[in-house]
Ligand binder design. Structure first.
Ligand SMILES: C[S@@+](CC[C@H](N)C(=O)[O-])C[C@H]1O[C@@H](n2cnc3c(N)ncnc32)[C@H](O)[C@@H]1O
Length: 284
């Protein structure tokens, strides 16, 4: 089939990176708790951006969108797909699902590459690595082994073009989540999807980024959530169902939901875990 940019309109954008904690499983639960209308949408723990892409595909972002994440690699990848999608697609054509090529690409020093080459490398590694999980070691190097998938889609042209279009009007930044406290206005919608509070001492749920996200950060997040809710901002937050999380948000509506999790350090802990969605502000 001919691959042309005109096809883009027909494709609903969806996440182009598989990310630890991706919210594809929770979308219906989140949709059920959205306000009927809202101003701008803010997603300060962007990751794979499942809720952003879903709202974009539904035409619910007329009030604008602010997306941010602390991870500079992630933010550069989004910005480059937005601004240079055809070059990224061309660069992805140089990649193949072969072990030697995977390890040679993994070994490249990102600092020696252009933003387009770095972005194609991130998408390629994400598509072909084990579990499709982005993970850096303590020195900031991508260290996931080859995934040995039979036929992974390395370059989904149609979706990348739809993603690029969806991102065009978006305000994208590398920032700590605290910045949203200054930015969000009454009647806006903020969705917080932080690295989850661990469900057990051995859980790796907090290992999304080498900076970690301990109880002090969960407390700071609660402060921002409560401040925004008091200001009339619609706030939604997902987290694991732990006594700590429940006590933090005791003053708010806390709904239990179940979500399937494929990414965990121990096979025997895979499967369903309890999660909560906390709702605050006018929509609660
Ligand atoms: C649970 S993931 C988000 C998943 C996303 N909602 C999805 O559907 O794929 C958490 C994200 O928070 C980011 N993060 C960690 N600490 C942060 C901080 N202090 N401020 C902003 N983002 C942070 C991580 O880089 C990661 O992308």
């Amino acid at each position: 089939m001919k691959d042309s940019p005109e096809k883009t309109d027909a494709v609903r954008p969806r996440p182009f990176l598989k990310w630890a904690g991706g919210k594809g499983q929770l979308l219906a639960e989140l949709q059920d708790r959205l306000p009927v209308s809202f101003g701008a949408f803010h997603e300060p723990f962007l990751g794979g951006g499942a809720l952003f892409f879903d709202l974009s595909a539904r035409g619910r972002l007329a009030g604008g969108a602010f997306l941010s994440d602390l991870n500079p690699v992630l933010v550069e990848t989004y910005a480059t797909v937005r601004d240079h999608v055809e070059e990224v697609i061309a660069a992805l054509h140089d990649h193949r699902n072969e072990s030697d090529h995977f390890y040679a690409t993994r070994a490249l020093d990102p600092a020696t590459l252009t933003p387009v080459q770095r972005t194609a490398r991130v998408i390629f590694l994400n598509r072909t690595c084990f579990n499709g999980l982005y993970r850096e070691n303590s020195s900031g190097r991508f260290n996931v082994p080859f995934g040995r998938y039979a036929n992974p889609t390395i370059c989904d042209h149609a979706n990348l073009r739809a993603v690029s279009l969806a991102l065009r009007p978006v305000n994208l930044s590398r920032a700590d989540f605290m910045a949203v406290g200054e930015k969000a206005l009454p009647a806006d919608l903020v969705y917080f999807d932080p690295p989850y509070q661990p469900v057990s001492a051995t859980s790796s749920f907090t290992a999304y980024h080498r900076d970690g996200f301990g109880e002090d950060r969960q407390q700071a997040l609660h402060e921002v959530f409560a401040t925004l809710a008091a200001r009339g901002v619609n706030v939604l937050l997902s987290n694991s169902d732990t006594p700590f999380v429940r006590s933090l948000y005791a003053g708010f509506r806390i709904d239990s939901v179940r979500a399937k999790r494929a990414i965990n350090s121990r096979i025997d802990r895979r499967g369903e875990v309890g999660e909560v969605i906390v709702v605050g502000g006018p929509a609660a």
